[in-house]
Design a protein around this ligand. Structure first.
Ligand SMILES: Cc1ncc(COP(=O)(O)O)c(C=O)c1O
Length: 469
């Protein structure tokens, strides 16, 4: 097997390595991580990146098959973006967007308004995806209060969907396991079915379009059940990440758009992952041809060279705040940070110069075809996704689609796969928040040689995993 797990330096452990591990174990708290797993093992320390590869403290190379965390669209080590950040920090490191503007925020807002679909032209910056999701909810609530519909506060979102971790965003998130310890949450979160056709209810399991109609109509039914006058917004990702990449069935978004309009409910397209080329377009909604009322974004907006998120709304939503004393009562100190907005502009320059959207569109079919080769493995149930965004669902029995029980899942995903894939040189995500999946979301600069590298590593590790069941 060929892997990218090549050592670029043969020297012994770098001096200070043990001290670094000890310090990490003593003082650093990793996110969504069982810290006990590092009691007797080293934490991987990623020290640098170049193109689609990152390197750890020992010089081991890894193909970044997840773009960090769905972030590094243009790849690592881009000095032109780092230089844009340095120039901006020298010129104006910080000024708030509270009562003031600064040139990079204006330029970026204008550029995003040009790129965004339809009439979305008003950009409200944040620093993260969770803040973007919360901001859209707050805007929806205050908008409706201002136009005389103060009863509208609920938000619908899909089962298993991840929309962030702050208390408001968590109420939109559909993953029960990460919510329970923090209850009671902000009231108003309502769940509807997702578009996992692989696990569709029996009566629509053989007809994708009928499944899509059913899933969309469940949104309608939920709005009616809750009382349309109490519902503010529906949050949907273009391709749902959590659960393992559920693309929309044909006609789904068209139908959802009509349903939202018929009840006066806002459609929020949460594109924290799906914007900025992940699906071969600047915005995921453009790929599927629907018009959201609000788009939330983060991650790929800067390719991670600095943190930035935001929402883009239409003038219609801005209108009640445009006159007299009306004010959207919301703000974040670091939102639209000068360095982050300068970085986002430089990031978009790379997109244009290297036609990254064109690269995704030219190669996505080959990416899919390469991953689909894994379907000959007994453990691979389904390969699904679009663009440069794929999930591979793992099953115990391909013919019945039987999934793993908790114990098997624990042994397989946490006990073996996550570490084995990394050891073999691939950063990706083994996730069992829904049924067990492996997720891939490589930098948009990747091409056929990187797809082949991913396939080889996955084939080897998944074959080994099967023997351990
Ligand atoms: C669809 C979606 N929304 C919101 C978020 C939250 O973003 P952040 O982690 O930047 O707060 C994420 C993060 O992965 C996401 O995937």
């Amino acid at each position: 097997m060929t892997t990218s797990h090549q050592s670029t330096q043969q020297s012994p452990e770098p001096a200070g390595d043990n001290a670094q591990q000890a310090a990490a174990k003593r003082n650093l708290w990793l996110h969504f991580t069982r810290m006990s797993s590092y009691e007797h093992a080293d934490m991987p320390v990623i020290v640098r990146g170049s193109g689609p590869y990152v390197y750890d403290q020992h010089g081991q190379r890894y193909l970044d098959g997840l773009a960090g965390l769905f972030v590094s669209q243009v790849g690592h080590g881009r000095t032109e973006i780092a230089e844009a950040a340095a120039r901006q920090a020298s010129e104006l490191a910080y000024f708030p967007l509270w009562s003031y503007a600064h040139p990079r925020a204006i330029e970026l807002a204008t550029r995003l308004a040009d790129l965004a679909p339809g009439d979305l032209n008003r950009v409200f910056f944040t620093t993260s995806g969770s803040e973007a999701v919360e901001s859209a909810w707050k805007l929806a609530k205050q908008y409706f209060a201002t136009i005389g519909q103060p009863g509208r506060y609920k938000v619908l979102s899909r089962e298993l969907a991840y929309h962030g971790t702050s208390m408001g965003a968590l109420a939109v998130t559909g993953l029960a396991a990460i919510k329970t310890p923090f209850e009671p949450l902000t009231p108003g979160g309502v769940r509807v079915p997702n578009t996992n056709f692989y696990r569709a209810p029996e009566f629509v399991a053989r007809d994708l379009e009928a499944f899509g109609r059913w899933a969309a109509d469940e949104i309608d039914r939920a709005i009616v059940r809750e009382g349309p006058e109490s519902v503010a917004a529906v949050y949907l990702e273009p391709v749902q990440n959590s659960g393992g990449c559920f693309p929309p069935p044909p006609g789904y978004f068209e139908r959802v758009r009509r349903i939202c309009d018929s009840h006066g409910v806002l459609l929020v397209s949460d594109e924290v992952i799906c914007a900025f080329g992940r699906l071969g377009h600047y915005f995921g909604s453009q790929r599927y041809g629907y018009q959201p009322d609000i788009i939330t974004f983060a991650k790929g907006a800067t390719s991670g060279y600095a943190p930035l998120g935001g929402m883009i709304a239409s003038d219609r939503l801005m209108e009640p705040f445009a006159e007299g004393t009306a004010t959207f009562l919301h703000g974040v100190t670091f939102a639209g940070h000068p360095v982050s907005t300068a970085v986002a502009l430089a990031n978009l320059d790379v997109f244009e110069k290297e036609d990254l959207l064109g690269n995704v569109r030219a190669h996505e079919a080959e990416f899919r075809a390469t991953l689909e080769q894994l379907s000959d493995l007994p453990i691979v149930g389904e390969v699904r996704g679009d663009g440069y965004f794929y999930g591979i669902e793992l099953v115990k029995d391909k013919s019945t689609r039987e999934t793993f029980d908790d114990d098997e899942s624990e042994r397989l995903l946490r006990g073996f796969l996550s570490n084995a894939l990394l050891d073999a040189g691939l950063v990706c995500r083994a996730d069992d928040r829904g049924d067990p999946v492996i997720q891939l979301s490589p930098p948009l600069i990747c091409g056929p040689e990187h797809f082949a590298e991913m396939e080889q590593i996955l084939r080897s590790v998944l074959t080994e995993a099967w023997t351990r069941l």
